[in-house]
Design a protein around this ligand. Structure first.
Ligand SMILES: NC(=O)c1ccc[n+]([C@@H]2O[C@H](COP(=O)([O-])OP(=O)(O)OC[C@H]3O[C@@H](n4cnc5c(N)ncnc54)[C@H](O)[C@@H]3O)[C@@H](O)[C@H]2O)c1
Length: 327
């Protein structure tokens, strides 16, 4: 089975590529090594994938020429490439060109794949808005360019299922963490700051924000179960995440307890677009996919810390600038 994974050099994409390759799929990846965070970290992910027989094409999904050189016999497409987070330094165009315009070209390409069985769009709890504590029937009310652009792209993909162009579904993920997590995200930064005795910057009020933190293996397993059950999920939106919830404060204390090192906090002014509360309601995933995350936050953060210590990646590339609480 031949599968295409966009954003394969990124955090979740690289884990998914590794897993599907392990299970015998012929995996093709695409990534443009965007500078949202250090491309050297993405190159390191690609090197790892190359050792596992996964090639990642260096290409930009916004470039129409990219598609001329791609084969037209993919059976499954997983679309993870995106401009992520709720980043004050990113422009409207960064979000809408990478998240929406790129998805338009990719769906045009997907339509030409006559053997395509299913297109999986990887969406986010951010589409729900300030509070993401709902089942999939809730009317989305995104509050950031990220959330709005991801919702628009999700609906573009689902419209293809609605008008029978190809089968598709959307998987909405919740605060994913673990080895290779994006360096702008909570546990990456906490671990980095704790180990290196660096201050940790926090947007005002975010200590009280609540998240459904979900370990990376529980996410790739959920995506894999969606693949195995693709015939049941055409046109569906499915939340994938851990139902247990923790505040940012609890996350900070957990890292301090595991490393045995106190973290100095620096308060920045509050930032618009941050979600207050996310909690994955996963009854639908349990019903359709038999989905059940198994990793506790304590274990997952320990695995991430072990990876961080063993990997000692480019420390300049990992250096945090400001706390990112978005997906
Ligand atoms: N990490 C989370 O907690 C989380 C939660 C919910 C949803 N998601 C979704 O999961 C997906 C992957 O997120 P991630 O955290 O792994 O982010 P990531 O930034 O590590 O991965 C995204 C990859 O897409 C690539 N990319 C961006 N624009 C591209 C373009 N125009 N052409 C080709 N490649 C491009 C980037 O270079 C990057 O490697 C995203 O769609 C994101 O919205 C992530």
């Amino acid at each position: 089975m031949k599968v295409l994974i966009t954003g394969a050099a990124g955090f979740i994409g690289s884990h998914l590529a590794e897993k599907l390759s392990l299970f015998g799929y012929e995996v093709w990846g695409i990534d443009n090594y965007s500078s949202y965070y250090s491309p050297s970290l993405k190159k390191a992910n690609t090197n790892l994938l190359n050792q596992k027989d996964v090639q990642v094409i260096n290409g930009d999904l916004r470039d129409p020429k990219l598609y001329q050189n791609l084969p037209l016999n993919f059976q499954f497409i997983f679309h993870l490439a995106a401009h992520p987070g709720n980043d004050i330094n990113s422009s409207y165009d960064d979000y809408f060109s990478n998240n929406l315009d790129a998805t338009k070209l990719l769906t045009d390409f997907a339509q030409k794949n006559k053997v395509l069985k299913h297109f999986f769009y990887i969406s986010t709890s951010s589409v729900y808005g300030l509070n993401a504590t709902y089942s999939e029937e809730q009317v989305p009310q995104p509050i950031s360019w990220y959330g709005i652009s991801k919702l628009a792209a999700e609906q573009l993909v689902l419209s293809k299922a609605r008008n029978n162009s190809f089968n598709a579904s959307s998987l909405r993920l919740y605060s994913v963490y673990g080895p290779r997590e994006r360096p702008d995200k909570l546990f990456s930064k906490l671990i980095h700051c704790s180990i290196n005795h660096l201050p940790f910057t926090l947007y005002h009020g975010s200590e009280k924000h609540i998240r459904s933190f979900t370990y990376i293996d529980d996410i790739t397993q959920g995506i894999y179960q969606a693949l195995k059950n693709f015939s049941k999920v055409n046109g569906e939106i499915i939340n994938l995440g851990c139902e247990e919830e923790f505040s940012t404060r609890e996350g900070i204390s957990l890292v301090e307890n595991i490393t045995g090192k106190k973290i100095e906090l620096i308060d920045l002014p509050a930032r618009p677009g941050d979600q207050l509360h996310t909690r994955a309601i996963t009854n639908k995933a349990a019903l359709l996919l038999d989905y059940k995350p198994v990793t506790s936050l304590k274990d997952g953060v320990k695995y991430q810390l072990d990876w961080y210590i063993s990997e000692s990646r480019d420390s300049e590339a990992l250096r945090p600038n400001a706390i990112e609480q978005g997906d």
